[in-house]
Design a protein around this ligand. Sequence first.
Ligand code: ADP
Ligand code: MG
Length: 584
Amino acid sequence: MGRIKQLDSLTTNMIAAGEVVERPMGVVKELVENSIDAESTRIDILIEEGGMKKLTVTDNGTGMDSADAEMSFQRHATSKIRSQNDLWTIHTLGFRGEALPSIASVAKVTMTTSDGNDSSRIIIEYGKKISASPYPCDQGTEITVEGLFYRTPARLKHMRSAAYESSLIQDVVLKFALSHPEISFHLYNEGRETFSTSGQGDLLEVIFQAYGRNAAENAVEVSFRDFDYEVEGYLLKPSVSRASRNAMHLFLNGRMVRTYKLYQAVREGYDQLIPAGRFPVCVLNITMDPHLLDVNVHPSKWEVRLSKELQLETLLRTEVRNAMMASMPAPAASLSEARTYYYEPLSFDTDALVPETTKKEEPVKEPEEVKQPVIEKKPVKEPVQETPAAEEEEEKPDFPAMEVIGQFRGKYIICSTASGLVLIRQNAADRRIRYEEILSAMKNSRLTEDLLLPVTVHVTDALAARCDELNEAVSETGISFEVFGHDTLAVRSLPSWAKGLSGEAFLKGLAELFESDELRAGQVQSNTALAAVRHLPGLKNLTMEDMKELVRKLSLCENPFRDLSGRPVFIVLDEKELEKEFRR
Ligand code: ADP
Ligand code: MG
């Protein structure tokens, strides 16, 4: 009794003003947040017509006595903070004391609630109290919202189809479930259960419920921290990616937020493992001292301010990259694991080919060095030309020693290794090699060569006018454009790494990347290298020597396993499985 108090005007003035709810999804979000703050372990959400006709949120939390129940509909009445100082140590999802009164002013709201002793029901219609009376019910709270925005046509007008509004609700419930696996959620749409979680606290189970078996099987558990931030969750391997950012879930102190920069940092951690224009699937719960997180930015609480945002971005980018690199067949991985992994994109059933037992037992039977010899790290007879690559050789993941057998259709190089047959997609290998060569040359050399004739690049007038900006953006690549007419740029010298590239196509590609804003800071060099290899002609028929050289160079790559869109460069057919195919 008396848990809820009205905030003083000093505090209410400090709270970001504006509309709390703009659509049914916002109502569900506020109500479920209240249920979570009330320590519920089960929350049911029912919606009809996308929540526009009716929506109900039922929880088994602490509930309220009748006095608090009435108080909860007062403006700025909350049990969660007391004064403005508390705004900096928020441990609950709510704190504004505005949701219930706001919702009750634009809908018919029925609340039944009980703290275990005192139970009551309150009905409010469009801001007007209809009744408040004792009403028997179990401990917990149930709030039903009907006829939302019915009397505020301006807002009603913004509603879209029921299907659309329900999909937003579905997303928000999913986010709650992912950020709170310890709570059991049940969502019913038109009387049919469309999503549920057990509340066992197992995040992987929620991922399974949300995205299916394949996603759960490709989820890599991560846990890392620095002085200020602690991050836990799952990253899906790059083989599972999406066309939108929708399945990237980042939670800050259990709160769903829209923080574009953090999403970008995670995306950058996946680097070229995922094709351009696609996004990873991940769930990361990030926790920190609430002092670092200002949630009092916007009434809907989607927007937040982080005082050490850059630090968190760097942590995410680095650790996501490490985790994804480690999830690739690394030194410890056996060749047959690699094979299974790289088979994934192919359409036949690998499980049938590789029984669990073969995968697990193989490395145990014999020490790895004997079973899977790797390429001599520093070939004595063949000195490596690229110094940077040579320096990195020590930490490189094991690349199986391969002996070139031949070529297939001018596309694949066929090799034999200790454990089986390898098919290398030669163009993928070539691009990977050239990309890494260009990138390291760009980082290590500032040499440029004057061209006999300048390369001219036709661009839009708008871009030509932004030549200075363009030069600033690409300055770290050693390339410099100059204006050569209203729609033409010219380049008079090229860095040594650009030798052999088709100058115009590449420079035009680079300028276009800048124009479409895809030349992101921090990634200028790698984006430039990508643009450079994109225009390379494909390899056709190769001599044995060419192929050996290609394999050797590939073995020196930092990431010889994936092409620049994240697809496999080669696959290994394990001899044992080949035997099985022949029923031996
Ligand atoms: P806020 O969540 O910002 O405090 P609300 O208007 O959402 O403001 O809720 C007002 C108060 O009503 C809360 O502080 C809480 O004490 C109480 N309340 C609301 N929903 C519930 C619930 N489901 N269970 C228990 N108490 C609740
Ligand atoms: Mg609230």
